[in-house]
Ligand binder design. Structure first.
Ligand SMILES: [Zn+2]
Length: 130
């Protein structure tokens, strides 16, 4: 962890906070006293802000990064996908609340619009078929 330590060693105060403390402050997980202390140092504050920015970027990138596209979900709801794609999505929505909600919404929309897609694959369930 030496490299990580060096990365955060710009603090003017030699007894400055460690990288993990800065992380905690960036995550709002530090004690209020501690985060006040850290944010009082312009150098540390800048690093906390940098961390927060990075985390936001990371979150934006990772958010639904492994999710199927809305088109795929719509096809899924209409039973237009092949067996393999369908089982991939079935598995995905058991672990992804975002997609599960989207599928649910799509199914509701389908029904309220009275979309007449009633192919043999129509009976796709949101629940895993085990
Ligand atoms: Zn998803």
């Amino acid at each position: 962890m030496d490299e990580e330590g060096r990365w955060y060693s710009d603090c003017a105060d030699s007894g400055g906070p460690s990288g993990s403390t800065l992380m905690q402050v960036a995550d709002n997980e530090a004690e209020p006293d501690l985060s006040d202390q850290v944010l009082a140092c312009p150098n540390c504050r800048q690093q906390v802000e940098q961390l927060q920015w990075l985390q936001n970027r990371l979150r934006a990138c990772l958010y639904r990064a492994t999710c199927p596209s809305s088109d795929e979900l719509a096809d899924f709801c209409q039973g237009l996908l092949g067996f393999h794609e369908r089982s991939t999505i079935v598995h995905h929505i058991t672990v992804c609340p975002h997609c599960a909600a989207e599928v649910l919404l799509l199914q509701q929309t389908d029904e309220s619009l009275g979309v007449s897609v009633r192919g043999p694959n129509r009976s796709v369930s949101v629940r895993p078929s085990r």
